[in-house]
Design a protein. Structure first.
Lengths: 491, 119, 228
């Protein structure tokens, strides 16, 4: 049995060693994240069947919780680490060809540290440790947004940093309140004692924590940093931010609301907030000319949909939400990677400059189309079973308000389809003007391999969704059965 | 009066927090906003340590034999604050370096004028 | 308008916090784990400074995360300030007077010694790796300010930084390889209140002290080099 601590330590150790490797040879640096994430992927896949039978608890330092820190490698945690390792691994393959200028060594160190922080967030069982790993994630993303050093990048990084730092301060105030009220920092211990204090003084730290984590999770109204940050970052980083970082923020909120607090009264509030986020995201995406800004707004919309699905509160709803989350990670990463290469070829981020890409870069354009159709929710692709599960779970609730919200969601999906079809149309059908020579060109292998693997996963899961749905059932049940979680940590 | 006596420390810590929040929300100059973040961090650290106080307690160091464990303050908030101070310093350093580059690009630190990216 | 909304928002938050603080009486909070650490800290870890044993041993993963945060910020700062491409000439600063110059060279080893003392004795007296490392880095700042023209060797500082981090992780992994848990205190705990006690704690703190000192010196170096 492999110790889950290695999932955090191996990327961290290799990230620390990168400067030493840099002294030997600069060429091998871009393969180190590849190695670290590949090993994470192997370990996660090996642990997956084991944790589905029984949750693995790791105590750091040999001290039992709540006196020491513990890691809880359960179904939800290991599912997230597998997702992080897979997406991170594929994007690092893309980055071997994409990152050529600037300080490469620092890019790779920060990239590995970002993913280490994300892995730490999903595995830990202690709320202050969650905060520390979350800060690793946030600070690396602030720096990576400013990687190119141009005007837009620095401005977006500054705005992102100020809002993120405010959010982190709110989280710390919330943790301070929780420690003062309960005297312990272990999430299961707090959860066990949560009913002892009165209701309103316990509810207020929850508000602080949700506001703080909501900045990273891009919930309305805390997401004004997202369009700038995701569009000014390098495309590989946009893929990671949209595909992983905001989902990790949402994981933190979900973990606190479901496991620590059991605040089922708040679910309707989150349902409403999710739909508002979705509508605003899709409406703003519709009017964009810049492809990366459009994709960033689409991420806001999708995270709103995932929030709605998870807070329906039933096992099917959470399974649908997690399915859509995985679909969004794959699809949005695919879209950003292909768009990044197309921007590199045309030199501009305007959608209208992608005219005729269908002829010039046939494989890349095909992959972009697969990603776009998956996000809209068309049948042979992964987005369709995701949205179907969510609608089905919502309709089972037989609630009039949820039905109205479903109607709004479907209208938003139509808007989403409209702007994605617009882009696909520009790629394939316009551009007979032939101002530039449209010779066929094949993208380099470092672009094609991750792009095809993502597209393949999307198509495979679209045709055979039962496999992923069964895998996601256990994490959904872990969220709902909080008493089991508490008892397994503190018997 | 007893209430004021007991809660004066919380009041002090939270005054710092609110001053910091006000500066971040209202001021136009980027350096002032960063200073506001620093004041906010200081206030939060002060609040965390105040939570761990025990009446009549002393520092949790057994430097000479005969000190009782029941007379010591809580060590856990102090460990939390150690970590929080370092994290605050890290964010501050990064913010300052970004503002150096921002000034080179724009020539001004007025946040109302640095609004090139729009809807 | 903006000021008004900010003030109203702050008043709502203030009302909320007042409500919670009414439940946290000052001076007698419910410290379950705090009392446990105070009672059993010396026996279980061997360090007389309970805060150190909490930081390094009981909650060692937090400390590992903390040095990672500092590393991330240092690397990010280096990346942001460095990518201007060309290295501009450093602004000719007026050289300091003879008294300042000599005074700085005299004070520098004293400051470094103080810093080293603090982090080596982290388990006996208040202080530790972070505090001692920061003091040592302030010695470097003094050199930059007082004796213009002297710079640290960036290669040496990078190697020290990396070694500090690797030693920390290595000690943790050694605990894992020897059959216990990660960051298990596997060295003999010795006699409390002496220098060679409490197992791995002084080793970790020395590594952290060197790492933090060289990291902060690197940050100062980066900030000083971006002249106008």
């Amino acid at each position: 049995m492999v110790n889950p601590v290695l999932l955090i330590i191996i990327p961290l150790g290799l990230a620390l060693l990168i400067p030493l490797f840099g002294f030997i040879s600069v060429k091998i640096l871009k393969y180190i994240p590849f190695l670290a994430l590949f090993s994470n992927l192997i370990i996660s896949l090996k642990l997956l069947p084991e944790v589905y039978r029984e949750v693995i608890h790791v105590s750091i330092g040999g001290f039992i919780p709540p006196f020491g820190i513990n890691l809880v490698a359960g179904p939800l945690g290991i599912m997230f680490t597998t997702l992080i390792a897979l997406v991170g691994f594929l994007v690092s393959v893309y980055a071997t060809g994409y990152i050529k200028e600037g300080s490469e060594e620092k890019y790779h160190i920060l990239y590995l540290l970002l993913l280490t922080g994300a892995t730490g967030v999903v595995l830990t069982g202690d709320i202050f440790n969650l905060f520390v790993f979350y800060e690793i994630l946030c600070i690396s993303s602030y720096s990576l947004v400013a990687y190119f050093g141009d005007k837009a990048g620095i401005e977006s990084a500054v705005k992102y940093l100020i809002q993120g730092a405010l959010g982190s301060s709110f989280i710390l105030i919330g943790i301070g309140f929780l420690y003062g009220l309960f005297g312990t920092l272990n999430m299961a211990d707090i959860a066990a004692n949560i009913s002892s204090a009165g209701t309103l003084p316990v509810f207020i730290p929850l508000v602080f924590l949700i506001t703080g984590f909501g900045v990273e999770a891009a919930i309305f109204p805390l997401n004004s940093w997202l369009p700038d940050a995701h569009s000014s970052a390098p495309s590989s980083i946009s893929a990671i931010l949209s595909g992983l970082a905001i989902e990790i923020g949402l994981y933190a909120i979900v973990r606190i609301v479901f496991t620590v607090y059991d605040a089922s009264g708040m679910f309707s509030f989150f349902l409403l907030l999710g739909v508002i986020t979705l509508v605003i995201g899709e409406l703003c995406a519709f009017s964009q000319e810049n492809i990366k800004r459009m994709l960033a707004f689409s991420s806001i919309g999708q995270i709103g949909l995932i929030t709605f699905a998870i807070f329906i509160g039933s096992a099917e709803g959470i399974t649908g939400g997690l399915f859509q989350l995985v679909g969004h990670s794959f699809g949005k990463a695919l879209l950003f990677l292909t768009a990044g290469y197309m921007i590199y070829e045309t030199g501009s981020t305007n959608i209208s400059s992608f005219e005729g890409m269908g002829k010039k870069l046939p494989y890349t354009s095909l992959a972009f189309t697969v990603g776009a159709f998956s996000l809209i929710g068309l049948p042979p692709f992964m987005g369709f079973p995701g949205k179907f599960l969510i609608v089905k779970a919502a309709l089972t609730e037989q609630d009039i308000i949820i039905n109205m919200l479903i109607a709004i969601i479907l209208i938003a999906s139509i808007i989403e389809a409209a702007y994605f079809f617009k882009v696909v149309q520009v790629i394939y059908f316009k551009g007979e003007s032939g101002s530039m020579s449209r010779k066929r060109k094949t993208a380099p292998l470092s672009v094609l391999i991750p792009v095809f693997i993502f597209a393949g996963l999307i198509i495979f899961t679209g045709i055979y969704p039962k496999l992923l749905a069964e895998v996601l059932e256990q994490p959904a049940l872990e969220l709902l059965h909080r008493v089991d979680y508490i008892k397994s940590v503190i018997p | 009066m007893n209430i004021i006596n007991d809660y004066i420390y919380y009041f002090g810590a939270f005054s710092l927090i609110f001053i910091g929040l006000y500066i971040v929300l209202v001021k136009k100059n980027l350096i002032k906003v960063i200073i506001g973040l620093s004041i906010l961090d200081t206030g939060i650290n002060l609040f965390l340590i105040t939570v761990g106080y025990k009446k009549g307690g002393t520092a949790p160091i057994f430097s000479e034999p005969g000190l009782q464990a029941s007379e010591m303050v809580d060590p856990v908030p102090q460990a939390m604050v150690l970590t929080a101070i370092v994290i605050g310093v890290a964010v501050l350093a990064l913010a300052l370096s970004l503002s150096v580059r921002l000034y080179k690009h724009y020539g001004t630190l007025n946040l109302r004028k640095i609004k090139e990216l729009k809807w | 308008m903006r000021k008004l909304t900010a003030v109203i928002l702050l008043m709502i938050i203030a009302a909320g916090t007042a409500y919670v603080l009414a439940e946290i009486p000052f001076g007698s909070t419910q410290t379950k784990i705090g009392d446990y650490f105070n009672k059993n800290g010396v026996e279980e870890t061997g360090a007389v400074n309970i805060v150190t044993s909490v930081v390094v041993n009981y909650r060692g993963l937090d400390t590992l995360g903390e040095i990672t945060v500092l590393l991330t910020a240092a690397i990010g700062l280096g990346m942001v300030l460095d990518s201007s491409g060309k290295r501009k000439d450093v602004v000719k600063r007026e050289p300091a007077s003879l008294i300042v110059y000599t005074g700085c060279r005299f004070l520098f080893p004293v400051i470094m010694l103080t810093g080293f003392y603090i982090f080596i004795h982290g388990h006996l007296t208040p202080g530790g790796g972070f505090q001692g490392g920061a003091i040592a880095a302030s010695g470097f700042l003094l050199m930059y300010l007082g004796c213009s023209g002297k710079r640290i060797n960036t290669r040496v500082s990078t190697v020290t930084e990396v070694l500090g981090g690797i030693i920390f992780i290595g000690i943790g992994l050694a605990g894992l390889i020897l059959g216990h848990d990660f960051l298990f205190n596997f060295l003999p705990k010795g006699e409390p209140n002496t220098l060679f006690s409490s197992g791995i704690i002084p080793l970790i703190y020395v590594a952290v002290g060197f790492k933090v000192g060289s990291e902060l010196a690197g940050i100062i170096d980066n900030l000083m080099e971006t002249g106008e």
